[in-house]
Design a protein. Structure first.
Lengths: 187, 308
């Protein structure tokens, strides 16, 4: 059985999650409604109610290393069904942001998909499905990923070979550039 | 606002590719109903789910750029068919006036600000707000009589409630009202706001074969002729990936999955090419055949009654 040393509670982590999410995590009384409705629970290493409990106990490392943060589909069923009105999905979202910032977010294929998608947006101003899939397949080595879908998509002209670039691509790429430079964090 | 004033129309990226039929059927149905859509100039991606899972400021800035564009065109009321775009645009509008995140997101936007008084609605809400059920019924030259429809909203249309405001987040009824007005028999569908697996289908295919599998399975066991959807990603998971679902679950479903706008368009007798029926992966012909059979049946009854 895994035990938790309560002396290892990281209080600044609890405070940071509460500040970034605007939620009072101490309101969670472990009813389990969030987990009962969670469609992605089958893929989680920690059910979402346990993530909430671990946050209350300041278990930063365990939470940020959890695969559940990556596999959360952001469907917000947990938020809708919380009897204490905690926006659980936003708590998951800010933990995912923290894990990403600290380079701890688990599950490489999820990171690769997100990265590929956003790269096409940064480059063309709009997302580009064929480009996202190409980059995802190259990054993960999953070269046969979803190729079974290609004939149906191509015959219906649903997978344009060329991206739909916008004129003001530079405006969109500037948003990404400022984000990477941390302009939004400067006083 | 009056129906003749244009709405700023944000098509969303998938409307240019994987959901081209949603875009074209939306435009056709709105034109038929006298709802004027004016495309936002040089619109860009809202960031979708990937951006908000990375950072809320980034997501807000990417979405808000489109509201800046709308403001420059003098368009305050913005509408989009895509639930993911809808949610991102609404969150961005809320965040831009939030004292904590607003100024930070504005820095990413390069100092651009929003005009006061924007509203953002789904096309579904716009149709529901602007057009009465009687008017939809009157427009339905070929009503969807006898067609059993499983209405499927997915995650984003109704959650979270205070932001999306589509009635009961567990049991929205807007799509039901529109399709019932067009003559369809809309079934009570208990999985209507369950998750389809969303974009997890790419990194973790099992997410879709499990979750979308349940949705197709339930629709079939309720005797639905078609699943009606409002989200491009749900449509792709249920339709394009139905073969993957069947292989993973050892099932043999051939359940047509159509946008609610395509069904309204059929009722309004709009040209099939505008509705993009040829873009669907699971053949919708059984739906068309059933509607044609119903019409022939009705015509026969009328003839007999006329003779008698």
């Amino acid at each position: 059985m895994k035990t938790i040393d309560l002396a290892s509670s990281n209080r600044s982590f609890i405070q940071q999650v509460e500040e970034e999410s605007g939620q009072d995590v101490s309101r969670c009384y472990q009813c389990g409604n969030c987990t009962a409705g969670c469609p992605m629970n089958f893929a989680y290493d920690l059910p979402v109610n346990r993530i909430m409990r671990l946050i209350q106990l300041g278990q930063k490392d365990t939470v940020l290393a959890s695969k559940s943060l990556a596999y959360c589909a952001t469907c917000e069923t947990c938020t809708a069904r919380c009897p204490n009105d905690i926006d659980v999905a936003t708590v998951m979202d800010v933990c995912r942001h923290m894990a990403r910032r600290e380079g701890k977010l688990a599950v490489w294929p999820v990171r690769a998909f997100v990265g590929s998608f956003l790269k096409t947006v940064e480059t063309f101003g709009r997302s580009y499905e064929a480009g996202t899939m190409g980059m995802f397949m190259a990054a993960t080595g999953r070269l046969i990923s979803d190729v079974d879908l290609a004939p149906a998509m191509l015959s219906r002209r649903k997978l344009p070979f060329m991206p739909h670039s916008i004129k003001a691509r530079d405006e969109v790429s500037a948003i990404f550039k400022r984000f990477r430079e941390g302009v939004h964090e400067q006083k | 606002m009056s129906r003749n004033e244009p709405f700023g129309y944000y098509p969303g990226c998938s409307g240019q590719g994987t959901s081209a039929e949603y875009d074209s059927s939306t435009r056709a149905v709105c034109a038929e109903l006298g709802i004027v859509l004016q495309d936002l100039d040089d619109w860009s991606c809202c960031g979708s789910t990937p951006a908000h899972t990375v950072d809320h400021c980034l997501s807000t800035a990417l979405s808000a750029r489109n509201l800046v564009q709308a403001g420059k065109q003098g368009l305050l009321d913005v509408t989009t068919p895509c639930p993911s775009c809808l949610k991102n645009l609404r969150v961005a509008l809320r965040n831009m006036s939030d004292e904590h995140i607003g100024p930070r997101a504005a820095k990413l936007l390069g100092g651009e600000t929003l005009k006061e008084g924007h509203t953002i609605k789904s096309v579904m809400e716009v149709i529901h707000d602007q057009v009465s059920a009687e008017e939809i019924a009157a427009k339905s030259m070929r009503p969807l009589t006898g067609l059993k429809v499983a209405p499927y909203y997915g995650c984003l249309m109704s959650r979270p409630q205070e932001l999306m405001q589509l009635g009961d987040p567990e049991n929205p009824m807007v799509m039901e009202e529109l399709l019932t007005a067009a003559g369809a028999e809309v079934l009570p569908f208990p999985l209507k706001v369950e998750c389809c697996g969303a974009s997890m289908g790419i990194p973790l295919n099992e997410a879709v074969t499990r979750l979308s599998g349940k949705i197709v399975d339930l629709a079939a066991s309720l005797g639905a002729d078609v699943i009606a959807v409002a989200c491009p990603l749900c449509q792709m998971n249920l339709d394009l990936r139905q073969g993957q679902i069947n292989r993973a679950n050892k099932t043999h479903f051939k359940m047509p999955v159509m946008y609610y706008t395509q069904l309204l368009g059929l009722a309004f007798a709009l040209p099939h090419n505008e509705l993009g029926l040829d873009k669907l992966v699971v053949d919708p012909q059984p739906v068309l055949n059933k509607l044609a059979d119903q019409r022939r049946g009705a015509a026969k009854v009328e003839q007999t009654e006329g003779a008698a």
